[in-house]
Design a protein around this ligand. Structure first.
Ligand code: GSH
Length: 340
């Protein structure tokens, strides 16, 4: 090896170590400060939304609560930082938040150049369009020349450009930083079309003056795998967030819910359930957590299906079918790695 190559290699190793040390230890930091700082949206019903008293609920919020339960046994040990799409990555990179749980799409550039790691996918989504019914539009292919309301700093903006270019159509973007501004512009007729992830269309639609006066078009123009995000360089923390999500999925797959978890813990003979609930093995210890981490998650937050049904499912205002978010054994994409 040339001296130059050797020196370069040594520098890279050194930098790698420095970067690793600088951003490692999130689990210890969180334990020390006594709460989890979770980055969420500025109000997206079903995913992360504050009630008038400031209590946050949603599928993404349940992930934050579950991480807090895994660490502290207490879902209330979370502080929330509401972030616009544009602000969210800086907040994570700078250490202002410990985890970002905010309908955030996993992409190559974010995963690499932005220095982020996705812990998994808690909602498989895709981008769609909504239009006022009175426009009498039935397909996105009829949108040539339309004005389109869209939030900046999103994959939505990029897919929109791709879709119109690929279909040789033009459009006029009407952009804002805050989701509420995008929606208000659409609701007051400043644009013809509102575009975002289909789950967010369902969520934001509930805030329109007359939700029934609008139609979601059939086209799904992208893949939007949404999930919790952490910084590069802290494998232990990545593991904690990842296995928290898997614990919720594994619990659903094995029929363990907040209602039967105590019974399951005391009487189940299934080795998978016994390991998950800490009756056998050292799963929690391997993660730097107590052995009741997953038992507590299921008991205090619920399994993935319970969280889905409570926040976004058919009996909520969002009315979202499980679709791609069904468990793999039911024909969906949700699949937890084995807890063993
Ligand atoms: N999944 C896309 C878009 C996510 C996104 O932020 N969508 C907006 C559009 S409505 C939203 O949910 N906003 C909620 C908020 O800002 O409170 C991404 O990661 O870029």
């Amino acid at each position: 090896m040339h001296l130059f190559t050797k020196t370069l290699a040594a520098m890279l190793v050194l930098c790698g170590i420095v970067v690793g040390v600088a951003s490692a230890g999130t689990l210890d930091d969180v334990k020390k400060k006594g709460f989890l700082q979770c980055g969420v949206s500025q109000g997206n019903p079903g995913f992360s939304n504050p009630d008038p008293k400031g209590n946050w609920t949603g599928l993404d919020v349940d992930l934050c609560r579950a991480v807090a339960v895994a660490i502290f046994g207490d879902p209330e040990k979370v502080k929330y930082t509401p972030l616009s799409a544009k602000e969210r990555f800086t907040a994570l990179q700078s250490g202002e938040i410990d985890v970002l749980s905010r309908t955030t799409t996993w992409t190559l550039v974010r995963d690499t150049a932005l220095g982020l790691n996705w812990a998994g996918v808690n909602y498989y989504d895709g981008q769609g369009f909504m239009v006022p019914k009175k426009l009498n539009v039935k397909s996105a292919k009829q949108l040539n020349g339309a004005s389109v309301c869209v939030a900046i700093g999103t994959t939505t903006e990029l897919n929109l450009a791709d879709y119109f270019r690929a279909n040789k159509m033009t459009y006029k973007p009407v952009t804002f930083e805050k989701a509420d501004e995008v929606l208000a512009a659409y609701d007051t007729g400043r644009c013809d079309v509102f575009t975002t992830d289909r789950s967010s269309l369902a969520a934001q639609r509930t805030k329109l003056k007359d939700p029934e006066a609008h139609l979601v078009l059939p086209e799904i123009i992208s893949k939007e795998p949404l999930g919790p995000v952490v910084r590069h360089g802290d494998d232990q923390w990545l593991d904690v967030v990842r296995w928290t999500l898997y614990a919720m999925l594994e619990a659903e797959e094995y029929g363990v819910s907040s209602e039967n978890v105590d019974r399951m813990k005391s009487s189940s003979t299934d080795p998978v359930v016994r390991r998950l609930l800490g009756v056998e093995g050292d799963m929690g210890k391997s993660l730097g957590l107590g052995n009741e981490w997953a038992y507590n998650i299921v008991k205090k937050v619920g399994n993935y299906g319970e969280s889905y049904d409570r926040n976004v499912g058919p009996n909520t205002p969002l009315k979202l079918d499980r679709g791609a978010n069904a468990l793999w054994k039911d024909g969906g994409l949700q699949y937890a790695m084995p807890v063993r």
